[in-house]
Unconditional design. Structure first.
Length: 319
C-alpha cells in the first residue's frame, strides 16, 4: 500500500509539472498568436488547451481515486471525470468550428504574419512539450492514465512542428495562406479529438463494454480457471476512464461447491492481472449439483415401507 501511495505521488508530481509547462505554453501561444497575427499559433493554442484539459483530467482522476466513498456515493467521485470530459469535448468542438470559419476567411483574404516571431514562439512550445513528454515517459509504459496524457503531449509536439514549418515557409516565401492551411489542419485534429472524447464519455455513461475488453476472451479465460464450468449474467462496464468493473454468475463443478471462495479469488486475480478489471462482483452457483451422485447421497430418502404400516399421521410402524 505504501509503495502504491508513493507511486501515485510520483505520478502526480510529474503530471503537475507537465500541467505547469503546458499552461506556460498556452499563455505564450495565445499572446504570441495575437501579437504576430498568426491564426496557426492561436489554433495550436487551442490544441494545447485540449491537452491541458487532458492532463488536468488525468491528475483529477488520481486525486479522485484517493477520495473515500460514502453512503451517498459508493463509487466516490470518479464519474466527475466523465462529466468534465463531456463539457470539455463540447467546448472544443465549438472552438474548432470557430477556427475553421476564420481559416476560411483568411484563405480567401490572406493576412500578413510576423513569421520570425511566430517561428520562435512555436519553437518554445515544442521544447516545453518535449520536456513534458520526457517527464511523463517514465510511467507511461505501466500506467494507462499517464500513457494517455503522454500521447496528448506528444500530439501537441507534432502540431508545434507543423506551426514551425509553416513559419519557415512564410518567412522565406511570404506565402501567408499557409497560416490558414495549418490552422484548418489543427482545427480538424481538435474536432476529431473532441468527437472521440464525446464518444468515449457517452459510452462510459451508457455503461458500454470498455474498448480494451474483449468479452469473449474474458469468458474463455474465466472458464479456464480450475473448477469453473460456465459463466453467465456477465456485465462489464467502466466507472471512469481507468476503473473497469465486472459482475457475473460462476457455474462451478460440484466438487468445487464448497471451495467457491478459492475459485473466486483466483478469478479476481486473473481479471485484474490480464484485463485490469479491479472491481468485481462474482456469485458462485452449481447447476449440476442437484443431479450429482455426491449431492444425491446427501438427500433425505424415506425408509422402505416393506414390513411397515403408516398411521394416520404418516408415521411408519412395523407390522
Amino acid at each position: 500500500m505504501a509503495e502504491a501511495n508513493y507511486l501515485d505521488r510520483s505520478i502526480s508530481r510529474r503530471i503537475s509539472f507537465a500541467i505547469a509547462l503546458t499552461a506556460i505554453t498556452l499563455v505564450a501561444e495565445v499572446v504570441g498568436g495575437f501579437w504576430t497575427n498568426s491564426l496557426a499559433l492561436l489554433s495550436d493554442a487551442a490544441h494545447v488547451f485540449m491537452d491541458l484539459l487532458a492532463l488536468a483530467l488525468s491528475l483529477a482522476a488520481i486525486r479522485l481515486a484517493g477520495l473515500p466513498a460514502s453512503d451517498r456515493r459508493t463509487y466516490g467521485w470518479h464519474r466527475a471525470e466523465i462529466f468534465a470530459s463531456l463539457i470539455n469535448g463540447s467546448t472544443l468542438i465549438l472552438i474548432a468550428f470557430g477556427i475553421l470559419v476564420e481559416a476560411w476567411a483568411r484563405f480567401q483574404h490572406p493576412e500578413a504574419v510576423k513569421s520570425k516571431e511566430m517561428f520562435l514562439i512555436a519553437a518554445i512550445g515544442l521544447v516545453m512539450n518535449l520536456v513534458s513528454a520526457r517527464f511523463l515517459h517514465g510511467h507511461a509504459h505501466h500506467d494507462l492514465n499517464v500513457r494517455s496524457a503522454f500521447l496528448h503531449v506528444l500530439g501537441d509536439a507534432v502540431a508545434s512542428v507543423g506551426v514551425i514549418i509553416g513559419g519557415l515557409v512564410m518567412l522565406y516565401t511570404g506565402w501567408y495562406v499557409v497560416d490558414a492551411l495549418i490552422s484548418a489542419g489543427i482545427a480538424l485534429i481538435i474536432g476529431w479529438g473532441s468527437l472521440r472524447i464525446l464518444r468515449e464519455a457517452g459510452h462510459i455513461l451508457l455503461e458500454g463494454v470498455p474498448a480494451h475488453i474483449d468479452v469473449n476472451r474474458v469468458v474463455d479465460k474465466m472458464k479456464g480457471v480450475e473448477g469453473v464450468v460456465d459463466v453467465h449474467q456477465l456485465h462489464v462496464w467502466s466507472i471512469c476512464s481507468h476503473i473497469t468493473a465486472l459482475s457475473a454468475h460462476i457455474d462451478l463443478q460440484p466438487d468445487y461447491r464448497l471451495r467457491q471462495g478459492e475459485v473466486i479469488g483466483q478469478l479476481e486475480q486473473m481479471l485484474e492481472h490480464d484485463f485490469h478489471i479491479n472491481h468485481t462482483t462474482l456469485q458462485g452457483e452449481c447447476s449440476t449439483c442437484e443431479t450429482s451422485d455426491t449431492i444425491l447421497q446427501l438427500h433425505h430418502r424415506p425408509r422402505s415401507t416393506e414390513g411397515c404400516a403408516q398411521d394416520h399421521n404418516g408415521h411408519q410402524h412395523p407390522h
